[in-house]
Write a protein that binds this ligand. Structure first.
Ligand code: NAI
Length: 356
C-alpha cells in the first residue's frame, strides 16, 4: 500500500518529538515545516495526502483552494478549536478533522493556575524574592471560599473546571446554550442567562469556542454589567474579548485582574521568541503594563498527556479517512462539530463533509 504522506505546518521541536513517537504505530511519512500555513505556503503541500495545521495557521478559503489544487485530501487540525478554518470552503472537497478533548484537564487546571497566580500575586512575589525583596506589601489576595464563579461554556473543559472547583466551597453559575442538566446536578452548577452571570460572578472563566456570533462577547457593555473587581480568565480564544474595552475596565479598576492565555491578535507573537524585537502592537504593549494582568502564550494545552493524545488522535484521524472508517472527529459547516451529526454514525447516509 502507498505510504501516506503528511505535511505539518507551523511546527516546533516539541511537535516533532510527540508526532515521531506516535507515528511508530502508523508508519506514515511525516514532513515538518516551520512556516505557518498561508495561501502562499500552501503550495508546499503539493504531493502530500494530508496537511496538519494548528491554531494560528490561516486555513481560509484561499488556502483551502490551494490545498485542493495541490491534491491534498485531508486537513488534520492538531487542536480542538477550528475557528481559523473556512469549513464552507472545505465542504465536500477536503475532509477536515480535529482533536476534540485531548486533555480538558490540561486547560482547566491551567485556568485555575492562572487565577490563583493572579489572585495571590505569585508572579510578583517570585520576582521580588529573586531581588532580595521580601516585602509582601501590595500582594494581598482573597479566599476563593464563598466566591461566585461564572463559567461560560460547559463543554469538556468548562465541566472539568467546575469539577476542580468542587473542593473550594464556591458557588458556580454557568451559561451555555445547551445546559448539561446531569452535570448541573452532580457539580451544583446553576445555569443562568449571561446577564445574571456577569452581574453576580466574582470570577468569570471563558470555556466556549469562538464563533461568528460571540466575537467580543466580553465588551464595554458586558463589562459594565460586571461586579467591581471581577477577575476574568480566558483560556479559550482571544477574540472572545474586546481587548480595548478590557484595558478600559482595568484602568477604571472595574476589572480586578485578567488571566489571558490567548489574545485576539496573538498570531504575530505567540509561540515565537520575539525577545530581540520591539512590540509593534500598542494594545498588547499596554496590556503587558498592568501588574494584575497575566499573559501567557497559548500554552494551556501544553502537557505531556495532551501532546501525546494530540499526536495519536491526529494520526488516527488521518487513518480513519484513509481506511474509509467512521469519521468520529470530522467537522463540516453543516454539523459544526456537533457530536450528534448523523454523518458521523456508521451506516447513516453521511454528510457531504465526508465526500472527497
Ligand atoms: P466543547 O466543544 O467540549 O465545549 C464548548 C461548549 O461551549 C459547548 O457546551 C457549547 O455548547 C458551548 N458554547 C458554544 N458557544 C457558546 C456561547 N456563545 N456561549 C456559551 N457557551 C457556548 O469544547 P472544549 O473542549 O471544552 O473547548 C472549549 C474551547 O477551549 C475550544 O473551543 C478552544 O477555543 C479552547 N481551547 C484552548 C486551548 C488552549 O491551549 N488555550 C486548548 C484547547 C481548547
Amino acid at each position: 500500500m502507498k505510504t501516506v504522506k503528511v505535511a505539518f505546518f507551523d511546527t516546533k521541536p516539541y511537535d516533532r518529538q510527540f508526532f515521531d513517537e506516535a507515528n511508530r504505530a502508523f508508519g506514515y511519512e511525516l514532513t515538518y515545516f516551520e512556516t505557518r500555513l498561508t495561501p502562499v505556503s500552501a503550495r508546499m503541500a503539493a504531493g502530500f495526502d494530508a496537511v496538519s495545521a494548528f491554531v494560528n495557521d490561516d486555513v481560509g478559503a484561499e488556502t483551502i483552494e490551494e490545498l485542493v489544487r495541490c491534491g491534498v485530501k485531508i486537513l488534520a487540525m492538531r487542536c480542538a478549536g477550528y475557528n481559523n478554518v473556512n469549513l464552507a470552503a472545505a465542504y465536500g472537497r477536503i475532509l477536515v478533522m480535529r482533536v476534540p478533548g485531548y486533555s480538558p484537564y490540561a486547560v482547566a487546571e491551567y485556568a485555575l493556575a492562572m487565577l490563583q497566580t493572579l489572585n495571590r500575586s505569585l508572579h510578583r512575589a517570585y520576582n521580588r524574592v529573586r531581588e532580595n525583596n521580601f516585602s509582601i506589601n501590595g500582594l494581598i489576595g482573597f479566599d476563593l471560599r464563598g466566591k461566585t464563579f461564572g463559567i461560560i461554556g460547559t463543554g469538556k473543559i468548562g465541566l472539568v473546571f467546575a469539577e476542580l472547583l468542587q473542593g473550594f466551597g464556591v458557588r458556580i453559575l454557568a451559561y451555555d446554550m445547551f445546559p448539561n442538566r446531569e452535570a448541573a446536578e452532580r457539580l451544583h452548577i446553576e445555569y443562568v442567562e449571561p446577564e445574571k452571570l456577569y452581574a453576580e460572578s466574582d470570577i468569570i472563566s471563558l470555556h466556549c469556542p469562538l464563533t461568528p456570533d460571540n466575537v467580543h462577547m466580553i465588551n464595554a457593555r458586558t463589562i459594565g454589567l460586571m461586579k467591581k473587581g471581577v477577575y476574568i480568565i480566558n483560556t479559550s480564544r482571544g477574540k472572545l474579548i474586546d481587548t480595548v474595552a478590557l484595558i478600559e475596565g482595568l484602568k477604571s479598576r472595574k476589572i480586578g485582574g485578567a488571566g489571558l492565555d490567548v489574545y485576539e491578535e496573538e498570531s504575530d507573537y505567540f509561540f515565537e521568541d520575539r525577545s530581540g524585537y520591539a512590540i509593534d502592537d500598542d494594545v498588547l504593549a499596554r496590556l503587558m503594563t498592568f501588574p494584575n494582568v497575566l499573559i501567557t502564550s497559548h500554552q494551556a494545552f501544553f502537557t505531556r498527556e495532551a501532546m501525546t493524545n494530540i499526536a495519536n488522535v491526529t494520526l488516527r484521524n488521518i487513518e480513519d479517512c484513509v481506511e474509509n472508517r467512521e469519521l468520529v472527529n470530522c467537522i463540516c459547516h453543516q454539523c459544526d462539530g456537533n457530536r450528534a451529526c448523523p454523518g458521523k454514525t456508521a451506516g447513516s447516509p453521511g454528510c457531504k463533509g465526508k465526500k472527497l
